[in-house]
Design a protein around this ligand. Structure first.
Ligand code: PMP
Length: 429
């Protein structure tokens, strides 16, 4: 496939946008080459500026669970736009989506809308600190919670891809309050809690990690964290920005049966528009302004277009819960097919999957945490595989540290084509 026009557009973009992109991982810096510029998308396909049609697994990094340009969502946005794009004053629609989210997600009474996953996690931690009166937080190496200062300590996703998990610009004062733990290692967390007794406000994690590839929690890990929090008064925050409304209508809490104290959302909840949210029980949420003392606000929060898209998306997932089973099955089919062709071509690999999140790691060892993920990414095989797939019309996220997101729009024929392309790409590895 030829990507000439994309390269021209990238050159122009670099003159006026840092690195030519508005979010680093888009730049293909990790995998090499120029990024693909997209003209439009429909269902499971992206159509680029060179006229290529690509079967894709980025899905806007998660939101497009029902595929691109999903008609009910597009119609809702268009209809809403005709009535004005932003008011900065309440609308009934905000209550409607809040009611629906509270119904779908276990263990929450109230939800506050923001504009991104970053804002959701940043606000959740502030709320946890305000509620507990404690300042330190525990986060896990390789987990990504957006780009706010407290989280850019051994962060995953783009921060890890670019070898800058600890960003310059984060002050030592901020960094010292973020304690770093090892994912899937309860003993490590216990040790940190013990060493910082009475000082920790919250433990925040991706309950299924998706920013160091897909890494599910090992058995007992989430339950163990819940127990530690119950014993110490630390709040447990599940960052369900990726997993919320994806792994089940009620996210990881529903799928794995472990409760968190505060939940963070993004991606699917906005139906492809810029939305994040955080939620908890009344006793915690009532600490938030204007009821309580913890401040948090946003000019465009609860924006009517974003709420129309998000509400339509959630309603569809709520009314058709079989969608989750359907995408899980598609992901399992892909898993088996990829495993088969990689084995046939003697490519050392391990595939991690849960629900509709999957990632392929190139190496013999199981990938269960930041270190094992970084080790498998360091051999450069993913980058070759990525380009092999792209040449065959399959667009993966351009980094070994990203999860592939499966959308309901993918057909079994698309999955077969993907598996076939993987077989061809595997021969070149
Ligand atoms: N948390 C998680 C788990 C994420 O995956 C992301 C983004 N990939 C974020 C937070 C940040 O969300 P946003 O990019 O919308 O700020």
């Amino acid at each position: 496939m030829i990507y000439k026009r994309s390269s021209e557009l990238f050159k122009e973009a670099q003159k006026v946008i840092p690195g030519g992109v508005n979010s680093p991982v888009r730049a293909f810096k990790a995998v090499g080459g120029d990024p693909i510029f997209i003209k439009k998308a429909e269902g499971a396909y992206l159509f680029d500026e060179d006229g290529n049609k690509l079967i894709e697994y980025i899905n806007s990094w998660g939101p497009m669970i029902l595929g691109h340009a999903h008609k009910p969502v597009v119609d809702a946005v268009v209809e809403r736009a005709k009535q004005g794009t932003s008011f900065g004053t309440p609308t009934g629609l905000e209550t409607k989506i809040a009611e629906l989210a509270v119904k779908m997600v276990p263990n929450i009474d109230k939800i506050r809308m923001v504009n991104s996953g970053t804002e959701a996690c940043m606000s959740a931690v502030r709320l946890a600190r305000g509620f507990t009166g404690k300042e330190k937080i525990i986060k896990f190496a390789g987990c990504y919670h957006g780009h706010s200062d407290s989280f850019l300590i051994q962060a995953g996703s783009g921060a890890m891809t670019f070898g800058m998990p600890n960003s310059p610009g984060v002050t030592r004062g901020t960094a010292k309050d973020t304690l770093l733990a090892k994912y899937n290692d309860l003993e490590n967390v216990k040790h940190l809690v013990e060493a910082n007794k009475g000082e920790i406000a919250c433990i925040i994690l991706e309950p299924v990690a998706g920013n160091m590839g897909c890494i599910p929690p090992v058995e007992g890990f989430l339950e163990g964290l819940r127990k530690i929090c119950d014993e110490t008064g630390i709040l447990l925050i599940f960052d369900e920005v990726m997993t919320g409304f994806r792994l089940a209508a009620g996210g990881v809490q529903e799928r794995m049966g472990v409760k968190a104290d505060i939940l963070c959302f993004g991606k699917v909840i906005g139906g492809g528009l810029p939305v994040g949210a955080f939620a908890a029980r009344n006793e915690i949420m009532d600490y938030l302004a204007p009821v309580g003392p913890v401040y948090q606000a946003g000019t465009l929060s609860g924006n009517p277009l974003a709420m129309a898209a998000g509400y339509t998306m959630l309603k569809e997932l709520h009314d058709n819960p079989n969608i989750f089973e359907s995408i899980d099955k598609k992901t399992e089919y892909l898993h088996k097919g990829l495993d088969k062709v990689l084995k046939e071509n003697h490519v050392p690999h391990s595939i991690n999957r849960i629900g509709s999140m999957i990632s392929v790691h190139f190496g013999e060892d199981a990938v269960t945490d930041f270190e094992s993920s970084a080790k498998s990414a360091s051999n450069g095989m993913f980058n070759k595989f990525f380009h092999g797939m792209l040449q065959n019309g399959i667009y993966l996220a351009p980094s070994a540290f990203e999860t592939w997101f499966i959308s309901e729009a993918l057909t079994y024929d698309d999955l077969d084509k993907t598996i076939e392309a993987a077989g061809i790409a595997a021969k070149e590895l």
